[in-house]
Ligand binder design. Structure first.
Ligand code: AMP
Length: 541
């Protein structure tokens, strides 16, 4: 027997319609690419998204067509993405940090018809326009006054274009399984692969993100997603914030400590989110300028492991709670978030820190398990570590155009490529990417643990551990360190700092110093490049 409840479609336009009806006056604040801060309301966003949708329809964009954005987090970018999704077309958010050849590859692979971009990215597009075989027009997200002389064929000024249309427009009617967004993962090997979100998965992710087990936003919040919209939908925040009625603050292209501080204080931000490297810059700015944070309550940190020193500084020096989170483009992206439980609350601060360093627990909607190389499920004892597998309505079941073949096992589990533990309370802790794990004498060494501990050394900016061949143990850890400007820590000092904090057999066999560690387009350490740089390296012993 079937239930007798309505088949209300879970589609993205319901998010922005609800936002207008329930929270129409709430502000959306943007640091414009042109410089000044702009503000308008959710009602304005709704109206302008409809005008964009009407303009796209006039261009001939229809259900299933792909429209690209190559843009920072701004109001105009947001209007476009709701406009595109509102007509059942697919918003392809392109990551400008990819190499130009990769950008050309994914735009062609997606067969994008139009691209909407910020003035900042014109040089990239000018250089690759001849390789872009499907793009019919380039729209620059600015007004006539700031429109540069772009050397692009068929270039259009966004404000001139949207200015031709009114908002007398109805969203298109389509099924909730319709594709809504496309985001390519910056895999370290091979070409990037497209994750194709559906309206249904985006709406469910929004409910999940707004649950108290994840971000738990309300209309009393003011939220600054520093994480870009081209990185897994700004971790879902550009859906979750309007749906919750919180104020939305968009940083544009300025993500240095001073600019972020200005927005955090000026807009009385309560919740913000980004990868650890960005918070390093903010904390440095706060320390050097003797600043305090008057409104910020919590910061979501993910994308890479959050070091202990960062949690301590936010909590102890600024009274800001850190919510360490894990996810991936393929998981929309929320997988786990740190939220206190009665058991962690009962602990002393030191004991609690152990849990805060883990990547958190799965909110309702995400299933997790760990398995060994043979596929046998491992215990959730916080000790055994294995391949992290996830399942849920917001997890990918295949890549765009079937790239990468079958990506789920027979029971529908997706292999994240991460290695982790899960403890009896359900806290998951990433120990490595499976391809970065160091196998020493048949045992696995967690590189992330060693890196995090090393970063706590006062003379260290960044650290990476890679495995190098060893005649006896097969592989041993090599610790690569970027020293702070003006300091010159020695190998012995670093090793002494780690001594006693990790198992003896995890101790790196050597420490080397370099000026810079290479990063991927989503800010992760490029261990493959490091392995290449140190391919001829041999341990002194
Ligand atoms: P992306 O799809 O670019 O967001 O990358 C996803 C990958 O980032 C995951 O599979 C993890 O390897 C890594 N990652 C994300 N969050 C964390 C975290 N909190 N700690 C460690 N690694 C993380």
């Amino acid at each position: 027997m079937k239930g007798l409840m309505q088949d209300w479609p879970l589609v993205v336009p319901t998010i922005i319609d609800h936002a207008r009806d329930a929270h129409g006056a709430r502000e959306i604040v943007t640091r414009g690419i042109e410089g000044p801060i702009r503000r308008y309301t959710i009602a304005d966003l709704h109206s302008r998204a409809r005008r964009a949708a009407k303009g796209l329809t006039a261009l001939g964009v229809k259900l299933g067509d792909r429209v690209a954005t190559l843009a920072w987090n701004t109001d105009r970018h947001l209007e476009m993405w709701y406009g595109v999704m509102g007509i059942g077309a697919i918003c392809h958010t392109v990551n400008p940090r990819l190499f130009p050849e990769q950008i050309a590859y994914i735009i062609n692979h997606a067969e994008d018809d139009y691209i909407f971009t910020d003035t900042t990215f014109l040089p990239i597009l000018e250089a690759i326009q001849d390789q872009l075989t499907t793009i019919k027009k380039f729209f620059v997200l600015t007004d006539a006054q700031n429109m540069p002389d772009a050397k692009l064929r068929n270039v259009v000024c966004y404000e001139d274009w949207i200015g031709q249309y009114d908002d007398d427009f109805q969203w298109a009617d389509f099924d909730e399984s319709t594709a809504a967004g496309l985001c390519y993962t910056s895999g370290t090997t091979g070409n990037p692969k497209g994750v194709l979100y559906s309206h249904r998965s985006n709406v469910i992710h929004t409910l999940l993100a707004n649950s108290a087990s994840a971000f738990g936003l309300t209309s009393l919040d003011s939220v600054l997603p520093v994480v870009p919209m081209f990185h897994a939908n700004a971790w879902g925040l550009t859906f979750a914030v309007p749906s919750s009625g919180a104020k939305l603050v968009l940083p544009g292209m300025k993500m240095d400590g001073e600019s972020l501080y200005e927005l955090l204080e000026g807009e009385q931000v309560t919740v913000t989110a980004a990868v650890p490297t960005l918070w390093l810059a903010l904390l440095e700015y706060l320390e050097n300028n003797d600043k305090t944070l008057s409104s910020l309550k919590s910061v979501v940190i993910g994308g890479s492991a959050c070091p202990q020193i960062m949690i301590e500084k936010f909590e102890q020096n600024y009274g800001v709670a850190v919510h360490h989170a894990w996810g991936m483009t393929e998981t929309s992206p929320i997988g786990t978030v740190y939220k206190a439980t009665p058991e962690t609350e009962a602990l002393e601060p030191g004991g609690r820190m152990k849990y805060k360093l883990k990547q958190g627990r799965a909110p309702y909607g995400v299933e997790m398990k760990i398995i060994d190389d043979k596929g046998t499920e491992l215990p959730h004892d916080g000790v055994a570590f294995g391949h992290l597998m996830v399942r849920g309505a917001t997890v990918a079941k295949g890549y765009f155009k079937g790239e990468g073949g079958k990506i789920l096992d027979d029971e529908g589990w997706f292999d994240t490529g991460d290695v982790s533990t899960i403890d009896p309370l359900g806290f998951m802790q990433i120990t490595d990417r499976s391809k970065d794990v160091i196998k020493s004498g048949g045992e696995w060494i967690s590189t992330i643990d060693i890196e995090n501990l090393t970063i706590a050394h006062p003379d260290v900016v960044e650290a990476a551990v890679i495995g190098r061949e060893h005649p006896k143990w097969n592989e041993r850890p090599l610790l690569i360190v970027v020293p702070k400007d003006g300091s010159a820590p020695t190998r012995e000092e670093i090793l002494a700092f780690l001594d006693g904090k990790i198992a003896k057999w995890w101790m790196p066999n050597d420490v080397v110093f370099i000026d810079e560690i290479p990063h991927t387009a989503t800010g992760k350490i490029q261990k493959m490049t490091l392995r290449e740089i140190f391919k001829d390296y041999q341990f002194p012993d």
